[in-house]
Design a protein around this ligand. Structure first.
Ligand SMILES: NC(=O)CC[C@H](N)C(=O)O
Length: 212
């Protein structure tokens, strides 16, 4: 029987059920991750939207920060959305003083970048590798201020005349969006999850994995 990859959703805080539904909708096997054994069982991981400062604190409390960094260094595919993008970023502007991240993605992100007035808005983007135009919901979203040479810019949005802000990037197995691709329902809404899941090769032997 062919089964989809096991894709975890970090479930310490944030919009977990929406990502679980989206992953199941594109044929992956979602797994809620709160413990190291659950992280071990994943072929890939989603870092959801929520509050990046809270999530990083909880990662420490749950003893997941070190193991997650180790898995990322080992090539774990990760999709970070909104706060999840901030968690993946190596550098943060407008963060809390000394805000720590998980890191791995060679970008500088600016938190709450779109400003008060347009705090939250719905737009649409075209994203390289994803067919058609995507509805894109931004909720106190970050943007990528600077991307390192190994980072592909996949999408931008207009933020004033002649200014296109980077809202989706990829660096090898790490994919991040400023917006919330889990919002909406049905296969059409979940094109980013499909794009991500298609890059994930399930580990057939489950080798070192324990099935929690
Ligand atoms: N919707 C979101 O994930 C918002 C992110 C939030 N502003 C943060 O800094 O973590």
């Amino acid at each position: 029987m062919v089964t989809g990859p096991r894709i975890g959703v970090l479930a310490l805080q944030g919009d977990v059920p929406e990502h679980v539904a989206a992953l199941a909708g594109v044929g992956a096997r979602p797994l809620v991750v709160r413990r190291e054994a659950e992280l071990d069982a994943c072929d890939a991981l989603v870092l959801p939207g929520g509050e990046s400062t809270t999530m990083v604190r909880l990662l420490r409390i749950f003893d997941l920060l070190g193991p997650l960094r180790a898995r990322i260094a080992g090539g774990l595919p990760v999709l970070g959305t909104c706060a999840g993008m901030i968690l993946l970023a190596d550098r943060v502007l407008d963060g809390e003083r000394g805000q720590e991240t998980v890191g791995g993605l060679d970008v500088t992100v600016r938190r709450n970048a779109f400003g008060r007035q347009v705090d939250s808005f719905e737009g649409s983007v075209t994203m390289a590798g994803v067919p058609g135009r995507l509805p894109a919901v931004f909720i106190r979203a970050p943007w990528v201020e600077e991307a390192g040479p190994g980072v592909d810019v996949l999408a931008r949005v207009d933020a004033g005349p002649g200014v296109g802000r980077i809202v989706a990037v990829r660096q090898g197995p790490l994919l991040a969006t400023s917006f919330h691709p889990e919002v909406g329902e049905g296969p059409d809404a979940w094109r980013v999850h499909r794009y991500f899941a298609e890059q994930v090769v399930p580990d057939p032997a489950g080798a070192r994995r324990r099935d929690p």
